[in-house]
Structure formats: structure tokens, C-alpha cells
Design a binder for this molecule. Structure first.
Ligand code: MN
Length: 243
């Protein structure tokens, strides 16, 4: 079964969103310290813009909670996991994820989840923005057209994958090791780095990313998302890291 069919098979749409699970997500975030731990090895990167920079597509309150509470909690919990492992406090979180099997089994799941959350959100923030190009540029534009037919065709497939994702996770445009561009999903906070793929673009489909403004209307959030994709930055990074 190919990925598109798999996505279709497991898709049940936005109707099954669970308010209780959302409340638990927010409650859990609010219980963490409001000040991200500054003592740990891994640091919460600042948002590269004001929390209201993506209005009206993504609201300021969502950005504030998403960055200051949710992302901060991933960093704090990752730091707690590696606290007694100085050998893991050297490289980047991406290095940890790329070599997850080298992480002691007792903390491997924590590193996968919390480290994935830290890596995914750190990847995401600078790839959002309201100004600038409204479509991929340069080599990325060429490669997307070559692979998907056109940017519009890519958007259709990306939207279908995002709409069909069941539960919490991400949809990505990734580059495989052979250079192929792929639309892929990851559950929870799994990073594309776990499978050796290089993320180009992602959309966070956890309820905490959109529920305050869009509630169960995930499709509206996905449509709005295209207004805040920072194609200038993404195209530039793609050019720099292209396989
Ligand atoms: Mn998130």
C-alpha cells in the first residue's frame, strides 16, 4: 500500500477531534514552569518574530502558548532526560535523533518524543512568515514542479495528506537520501530525521497548533497555513542543503 492510500485508509477527518485531549495538552503545558529552564544543555530558541506576526492566520495567543509553553516543555523534558548523560550534551538535537539507537534505552523514548518536539518546532518557526514570496523559488520551485507537476498540484497533495492525518502529528515535504522529494507524515513528535530524511517544509497538526482559533475546523487551519509559509527562507535553505 503506498503512502497516499495508507493516509486515505487511516483518515477519518477532523470530526473525531477530542476536546478532552486538547484540554489535557493545555493543562500539561500550563503545569510546566513559565520560565524555560536556562540551566539545561538544550535551549528554547526565541521566536524570530512577534507572536502576532502571523495574524490573522495564526493568532497571537496560540503562538504564545505554542512557543512559550509547548515548545518550552519539550526542551525542559529533553533536558531532564539527558541530565545524567553528559555524553549526550554535546552536539545538536538533530544529531541525537539521527543516532537514536546510540541513546541509552532507558531514555530513548523520551529523547524521541521530547527531542523530536524540540527539533520539529525549532525547524518550524523560521519557516513561517507572512511577507515575501507566496510560492517556492529557484531550485525548489523547479524540483517541486518536476516531482508533483506544479506548485498547485503539490499543494493539493500536501493538503490531502494534512486533512487525512489521524491524531496528532506532522505532514512534511521531505527530501530522501536519493534526492527525491516526498510528502510524508510522522505521528506524535517523530522527526523526519529519524528515517534519514531532510525536512523541507512541515505543518504542525497537533490541536495545540490551531484549536484556540479554528477548533475542529482543521481544514480551515490548513488552508490558512499557506498564507504564512516563508518560501524565501525555505527556498534558500533547500538550496543550501539539497541532496
Ligand atoms: Mn506544536
Amino acid at each position: 500500500m503506498n503512502r497516499r492510500n495508507a493516509l486515505k485508509t487511516f483518515a477519518i477527518g477532523a470530526g473525531a477531534l477530542c476536546a478532552q485531549s486538547l484540554q489535557m495538552q493545555f493543562a500539561s503545558a500550563q503545569q510546566t514552569s513559565p520560565t524555560p529552564s536556562s540551566s539545561g544543555y538544550f535551549k528554547l530558541p526565541p521566536l524570530p518574530y512577534a507572536t502576532d506576526a502571523l495574524e490573522p492566520f495564526i493568532d497571537a495567543r496560540t503562538m504564545e502558548l505554542h512557543h512559550d509553553k509547548h515548545h518550552a516543555a519539550y526542551v525542559d523534558k529533553l533536558n531532564a532526560a539527558v541530565k545524567d548523560h553528559p555524553e549526550l550534551q554535546k552536539g545538536s538535537v538533530e544529531d541525537l535523533l539521527a543516532n537514536l539507537n546510540a541513546v541509552p534505552e532507558s531514555i530513548r523514548t523520551a529523547v524521541r518524543n521530547q527531542g523530536g518536539g524540540h527539533a520539529n518546532h525549532s525547524f518550524w518557526w523560521p519557516r513561517l512568515g507572512k511577507s515575501g514570496a507566496k510560492a517556492p523559488k529557484g531550485q525548489l520551485a523547479t524540483d517541486i514542479s518536476k516531482r508533483f507537476g506544479s506548485y498547485a498540484a503539490f499543494q493539493d497533495q500536501f493538503t490531502a495528506a494534512a486533512t487525512g492525518l489521524f491524531g496528532s502529528g506532522w505532514i512534511w515535504l521531505n527530501q530522501a537520501k536519493d534526492g527525491q522529494l516526498l510528502i510524508e507524515s510522522t505521528p506524535n513528535q517523530d522527526s523526519p530525521i529519524l528515517t534519514g530524511h531532510t525536512p523541507v517544509l512541515g505543518i504542525d497538526l497537533w490541536e495545540h497548533a490551531y484549536y484556540l482559533k479554528y477548533q475542529n475546523r482543521r481544514a480551515e487551519y490548513i488552508a490558512a497555513f499557506y498564507n504564512v509559509v516563508n518560501w524565501d527562507y525555505i527556498s534558500e535553505r533547500y538550496h543550501a542543503t539539497r541532496v
